[in-house]
Design a protein around this ligand. Sequence first.
Ligand SMILES: [Zn+2]
Length: 276
Amino acid sequence: MSYKKIDIHQHSNPVSYLPDGSIQPNYVTGKPSKSTTDEEILLHTLEYMDKHNIEKSVISWSLEHVYKWMDYAPDRFIPGVVIGEAVLQQPYYDPDKLREEIKAGKIQFMGEITSQYDGIPPNDPILDPYYAIAVEYDLPVHIHCLGLGAPFPTFRSQYGNPLLLEDVLVKYPNLRIFVENAGFPFLGEMMALMLQYPQVYADLSTISWYIPRKTFYDYFERLIDSVAKRLMFGSDQMIWPETIEWAVEAFEEAPFLTEDQKKDIFYNNAKRFLKL
Ligand SMILES: [Zn+2]
């Protein structure tokens, strides 16, 4: 029987999300997505969620695209919103606008924060209103803060150093934040952050299928001993729903994980982080 799961990191992307309007071939296979319309991405995502016992997924993109998915399957998704300009190709959301959406219960999650794609570090004042709103409404937060990202010209690896979040954690001690891909490949910095600040969680998502399996496992295994109770499963599904299956397989086949650790990472840790 397959483990019960929460996918902490998915997107409700439209099929074309690049600035030039083209459709990104799969990063790994170089082939076009099998899902060729916005609707197919949603339907295929739900198929893979059913197949792999994924109860719920946190989704983010523009409000418009998140709400489309919420309308279709409100029990399966937790609605977030991307905070960033380059990724959404629109200005940062007005914090007051988001406040209204949150008050109406339509947004329940802050992020993915993608400011790194704008060449903006996580401790930049531009993000203060969003952190403050997350604390005010007790929303969980997801930030893209790692060495890797999709090839946007304004992306900067140097702003993916997880220790740049320290200022934020000091300023907002009640922030419920997770760092995606556990800040790969900044292992030492991520360990320092998670050990010093026990409120910090991390997902392992894109790197479960995007980088060589051995590199992923080496990184994962180094984190396990200290912070296994704060690591969460994610797929980072964008426009290739099959990546959900790739991610699940990479976790299920990890030779160093115990049964209990798999249950925690697939489900229990996310349930606690999200306060479900
Ligand atoms: Zn993502």
